[in-house]
Design a protein. Structure first.
Length: 107
């Protein structure tokens, strides 16, 4: 009967390893979607951090422009001329438009 006890012991240890493998596989199946979700969230965080940096740079540029508009009269004049097409009373503005492009003949 000792060979039956040895066989039974081997079957029990094999059963234990099969049980551990099944439980491990189940746990892995539970965590794979969470890992994908974590990766997607990290990508979103990186994208949002980049957008924050861009918005901070834009805010800094706009703050500089606001300060220049408040304090620098020549900047105000330049801005009025360029953006609003304003001129002094004795000035005449000439606008040059690009020549219309004609399609080149195909050979």
């Amino acid at each position: 009967m000792s060979w039956t006890l040895a066989l039974w012991a081997r079957l029990q240890s094999l059963g234990f390893f099969v049980f551990v493998a099944i439980v491990g596989f189940g746990v892995a199946l539970l965590f794979v979607p969470l890992l994908h979700q974590r990766h997607a969230m990290q990508s979103d965080i990186a994208r949002l951090d980049h957008e924050i940096e861009q918005q901070d740079a834009l805010e800094k540029k706009q703050q500089t422009e606001v300060e220049a508009l408040k304090t620098d009269a020549s900047y105000v004049e330049r801005t009025a001329r360029n953006k609003l097409n304003l001129s002094r009373p004795n000035e005449m503005i000439f606008r040059f438009e690009p020549a219309p492009q004609t399609p080149s003949p195909q050979h």
